[in-house]
Design a protein around this ligand. Structure first.
Ligand SMILES: [Zn+2]
Length: 143
């Protein structure tokens, strides 16, 4: 049972769903081992008062990744997003706008800390940019 099943009253026979589960985005696109880590990150951020979600294009085709690179929002064609081992986690209120334009925005750093606790790599720590990005270490050799 996932933590949010317990938190929101799902998963128990006869339980009353008194609140909708949070819209965490396309978690089903992520590989199960990575998804479990991402869910823990989302829950932790939510408990800190953020409204986190995985941005919609977590899983990309090579053509979609090429378009990202051409648009200048990605710097690689060889991305963890192609294999379900990459996700961009944003606070739904801002995404990459407003205060989230700055790499100093507190959400990004709390995301990075939560990612570290899940042994997941964080874009800003790896590359000095891409603060929303998290990925599974060693994803290139994982099935
Ligand atoms: Zn990303």
């Amino acid at each position: 049972m996932r933590d949010y099943d317990q938190k929101f009253g799902f998963g128990f026979e006869g339980a009353i769903a008194y609140d909708a589960p949070p819209d965490y985005g396309p978690l089903g696109d992520l590989k199960p081992t990575f998804r479990a880590k991402v869910e823990n990150i989302l829950i932790e951020l939510e408990q800190q008062g953020w409204e986190p979600r995985v941005h919609e294009d977590a899983l990309r085709t090579p053509a979609q990744q090429a378009a990202k690179q051409a648009a200048g929002v990605s710097k690689t064609l060889n991305s963890a997003h192609l294999k379900g081992y990459g996700a961009d986690i944003i606070d739904r209120r801002w995404a990459w706008g407003g205060p989230a334009r700055s790499n100093d925005f507190r959400f990004w750093h709390e995301l990075g800390a939560a990612a570290g606790r899940q042994q997941v790599d964080w874009g800003l720590a790896m590359w000095g940019w891409d603060p929303a990005h998290v990925e599974m270490p060693g994803w290139g050799t994982l099935p």
